[in-house]
Design a protein around this ligand. Structure first.
Ligand code: IPE
Ligand code: IPE
Ligand code: MG
Length: 255
């Protein structure tokens, strides 16, 4: 498999997004809907929190594999805006694990050149966790080997509505001509602005739906649904997904 960047034309940002370019290329931007923690725990007669804990280990393995493959951006769906429908105890477990792993992994992330970016309205997680999250983002801000994007209290429809609201605000205050609102202008107001186009979207656990994740961004990404439960996802699984992406032919409407 050739590394996408090795064969990069002058504008590397176009790399994996050109028609037909998936052949042999590494996806620049991979997103994952990390699903199946609860079922993994159920199968073992364990409480759901054990599944979430095991899921956090899968994140470490996946991140390492992404770095090794030369992926530029890895976006992980960690908490959806719909996950507030879960029992309070489980929500607290998830918040606790997030804070714990963040603290524990921060040095490793720094050493490995990982930059952290958060999308979603994570302010809802409370001042203490927000402060820890912001500190981590700040500490890793100068890194550039891999961008880890974590979606926290994220919902794609709300993100798109927010972008529309912002464009409307600019138009009404007269700093934006409504006729200048095009795809690029809207994308620039999304929380993913500035990230490479999404090349590959993976969902684990056998569910075949997007669950309000990256609806706009996934317009032309390749999709891969695997029955593997998230806690069982590892380096091998990630590399297999990247290999499958490389074997796909992207057409973008062409032929
Ligand atoms: C994914 O696993 C983790 C989050 C949504 C936070 P689930 O908790 O959804 O696991 P299942 O789908 O119930 O197996
Ligand atoms: C999607 O998984 C959200 C995350 C992985 C964070 P869910 O388990 O919440 O999705 P649904 O409810 O099955 O659609
Ligand atoms: Mg689920």
């Amino acid at each position: 498999m050739t590394r996408a960047r090795a064969a990069a034309p002058e504008d590397a940002s176009e790399e994996a997004s050109l028609p037909g370019q998936a052949g042999g290329a590494v996806p620049r931007h991979v997103a994952i809907i990390m699903d199946g923690n609860g079922r993994w725990a159920d199968q073992r007669g364990l409480p759901r929190v054990a599944g979430h804990r095991a899921g956090a280990e899968a994140v470490r393995k996946t991140l390492r594999a992404a770095g090794e493959c030369g992926v530029d951006t890895l976006t992980l769906y960690a908490f959806s805006s719909e996950n507030w429908r879960r029992p309070e105890g489980e929500i607290n477990d998830l918040k606790g694990l997030l804070g714990y792993y963040l603290e524990r992994e921060l040095d490793t992330l720094a050493k490995e050149g990982v930059r952290l970016k958060l999308i979603g309205d994570y302010g809802a997680f409370g001042p203490e966790l927000v402060a820890r999250l912001d500190r981590a983002v700040e500490r890793l801000a100068e890194n550039s080997r891999l961008t880890l994007v974590v979606a926290l209290n994220y919902g794609s429809r709300s993100e798109i509505a927010g972008a529309a609201r912002e464009l409307a605000r600019k138009a009404s205050e007269g700093t934006l001509d409504p006729s200048a609102i095009d795809e690029e202008a809207l994308a620039a107001e999304l929380q993913t602005a500035g990230l490479p186009d999404l090349d590959l979207l993976i969902r684990t656990s056998g569910e075949v739906r997007l669950s309000n994740f990256l609806l706009w961004q996934a317009a032309y990404s390749e999709m891969l649904f695997t029955p593997v439960l998230w806690p069982d996802f590892d380096e091998t699984a990630f590399k297999a997904a990247v290999a499958e992406f490389a074997a796909r032919q992207r057409r973008f409407g062409g032929r």
